[in-house]
Design a protein around this ligand. Structure first.
Ligand SMILES: Nc1nc2c(ncn2[C@@H]2O[C@H](COP(=O)(O)OP(=O)(O)OP(=O)(O)O)[C@@H](O)[C@H]2O)c(=O)[nH]1
Ligand SMILES: [Mg+2]
Length: 312
């Protein structure tokens, strides 16, 4: 084949310049720069778009994390990361994370020990530059019992967003909860142990569950109440019972787990207490999905096709 036939024609103009149908592309780079290979090059927290891209390639357990300021939400994430990175999350091992830098950032406080003494604040109050949606932390874990791989997307959300949802029903920033398989409600165990604060807190958790139900358009949210400061207070059965009754009354299914992401009494309750159980509860139940092939019982004397199936 005559290759010259494929080349564009070039004309020599009156002033001697060569013009061609390449026009001003003459001398430009021959190849276009390829798109970046990785969608998450920075390993910082993932935005909603990054999360969507990831969800297109594999099943991701999106977790909703709600709770008042200072209740211990960020502490749970920092402690989870510290546990898993030291291979101390019982029953689970680390496989990957697309947001290691973000985990390092939130766990930095916990690493900054002064002369071996724990800092006063292990984590800092969460403030978000982007008010439109949270950043997500990603963890891929392997369950030791069956080798199952689980991808978790965990948002670090400021406590004010939960307060605003309860008080004014503002939910635009929390739209991602609609994709969440489970929602953690993080409660400060010190407030639940305090008789004066307890009643108000339980009532507000009930209001939160009602708001969630409206937001999720009637779908029953699977709630996991994580009560922090387990190192200082053990949740009393009657308090847990009242919490459960209040949430059931609002039509929510609930599990309650006591956790201590950090511990002031490590000899009694080690830091990270309860987090493995929190993860087990989070991924343990398969989310509601219609069965791919509903089993049908063949009727006596029914069509031959059904008889054929039943004989297999
Ligand atoms: N001893 C002890 N301290 C805890 C526990 N959980 C949280 N803390 C401490 O409580 C402080 C506040 O916790 P955070 O996780 O930052 O609170 P948050 O819910 O993220 O708060 P906002 O970001 O303001 O919404 C941190 O300095 C933690 O060290 C716990 O179980 N035991
Ligand atoms: Mg926080």
């Amino acid at each position: 084949m005559n290759e010259a036939a494929n080349l564009p024609s070039a004309d020599v103009g009156s002033n001697g310049e060569i013009s061609s149908q390449f026009g001003d592309r003459l001398g430009a780079a021959v190849l276009e720069q390829p798109d970046r290979a990785s969608a998450f090059p920075s390993s910082r927290a993932l935005g909603l778009e990054d999360l969507n891209a990831m969800m297109g390639t594999r099943y991701v357990n999106v977790v909703g994390i709600l709770g008042d300021p200072e209740s211990g939400k960020t502490a749970c994430l920092a402690s989870l990361y510290l546990l898993i990175s030291h291979a101390k999350l019982e029953g689970w091992s680390f496989a990957d994370s697309k947001s290691l830098t973000a985990f390092e950032e939130i766990a930095r406080g916990a690493r900054d020990w002064n002369d071996g003494r724990a800092p006063e604040q292990m984590t800092v109050h969460t403030e978000l530059a982007d008010d439109h949606g949270p950043g997500f932390l990603h963890l891929r874990l392997i369950r030791r019992s069956d080798g199952r791989r689980v991808d978790l997307a965990l948002p670090d959300v400021p406590g004010e967003w939960t307060q605003m949802l309860v008080s004014t029903a503002r939910s635009d920033r929390l739209e991602f909860l609609k994709s969440a398989g489970a929602i953690w409600i993080v409660l400060d165990g010190r407030s639940l142990a305090d008789i004066e604060k307890r009643h108000g807190l339980i009532a507000r958790v009930g209001q939160l569950a009602a708001r969630l139900k409206t937001m999720l358009e009637g779908r029953t949210p699977r709630l996991i109440v994580a009560v922090t400061h387990r190192d200082l207070h053990v949740l009393e059965d009657n308090v847990a019972g009242r919490l459960r009754t209040e949430l059931n009354r609002r039509g929510a299914e609930v599990e309650i787990v006591g956790v201590a992401p950090f511990s002031d009494q490590p000899e009694n309750v080690p830091a990270g207490f309860g987090l493995a159980e929190l993860i087990n509860l989070t991924v343990g139940t398969v989310p509601d999905r219609p069965p791919f092939w509903r089993s049908t019982k063949p009727v006596e004397g029914g069509r031959a096709y059904l008889s054929y199936r039943s004989s297999q």
